[in-house]
Design a protein around this ligand. Sequence first.
Ligand code: UDP
Ligand code: MN
Length: 379
Amino acid sequence: MAISRRKRSQITRTLVTTGCGAFLLFTASRIFSAPVEYGDDSSESAFSQDTIGNLLGKKIDWHDYRLIEAESKRTGPGEQGNSVILDAKESEGLGRLFSSNGFNALASDKIALDRSIKDIRHKDCRTKKYYDRLPSVSIIVPFHNEHWTTLLRTAKTVLVRSPPKLIKEIILVDDFSTKEFLKSQLDEYVRENLPKTRVLRAKKREGLIRARLLGAKAARGAVLIFLDSHSEVNTNWLPPLIEPIALNYRNVTCPFIDVIDFDNFEYRAQDEGARGAFDWQLFYKRLPLLEQDLKHPADPFKSPVMAGGLFAISSKFFWELGGYDPGLDVWGGEQYELSFKIWQCGGAMYDIPCSRIGHIYRKFCKKLIASGTRKHDSN
Ligand code: UDP
Ligand code: MN
């Protein structure tokens, strides 16, 4: 994408007038004040190498080919993102677990925490390069009574599938869970098995929004990434998600959210992108992409409203916006609050096709619980 002349001269002016541009080129604060934006046609580099390129280094191939190769050979329950179908005996006792989690927790328990999943990105994503010097991120995962293996898998896949230098920390925010295993057992597991990860605990039940705020306040990374506590990040998810934010700290990005089947843990796409919107009753809607979005299927495209659960935002912009309204008690609505503030305060929101994260869309359904597993109506 071509950067406008005005923007370019703005950048040059900024660098020259600092008088010590060469030094500042290497500091994160300069990266985050660079006034570069994606335009409507985000098909090419957002800037020329001789300006902001110096700040962010060269474009490199961030793929971890050793990991990709190793993962392609894995076999076992749920590997390659395949479903796990339990037989009747294995499903014994599932009803209670299903009703407390909204998914088949026994199927989850059979699957490795770092299982391989399908790389279902658009093929053009395989050859995309991203800037070398990207900011580090704090991953914030609020949870209330999350199931053990789904919570740990969320953290584990982040650690396995992210370039270590980009991960500042993972903060698991316990929103006053009552399940016993989420207390000292979790602390101990995290301490011994999950580097860079810590558990922060709310002193009372706060609800998702204030739990996220708690995590955001404690975060030390330049970029905040919010994930639900039952997510799995996919191949090379991180660089494409944070590059737009490195280009402009007011860019906010959302990954493509894939489906982890609540019943059998199959990993699959929900679709190949949509623009987020809402109807007159403020129900979230996914609208078809525009012609211009489809021209470059591996490039970021603008979206009016985020789905809300999984996204990345610079800490600086998040707090400039005042974070979330802490009076929000229950989820559903917070995505409008933040989306409107982003657009109204000079920000922009992009969906990132090359960054994919699976999420369990939970299902609380009496009929399903009664019938054990697999068969359900989807209403
Ligand atoms: N959550 C929380 N406190 C609550 C309710 C939810 O911390 O009171 C967490 C939950 O564990 C999950 C995230 O907030 O990580 C979003 O909740 P949920 O997955 O239930 O929302 P959905 O994805 O179904 O919209
Ligand atoms: Mn969720």
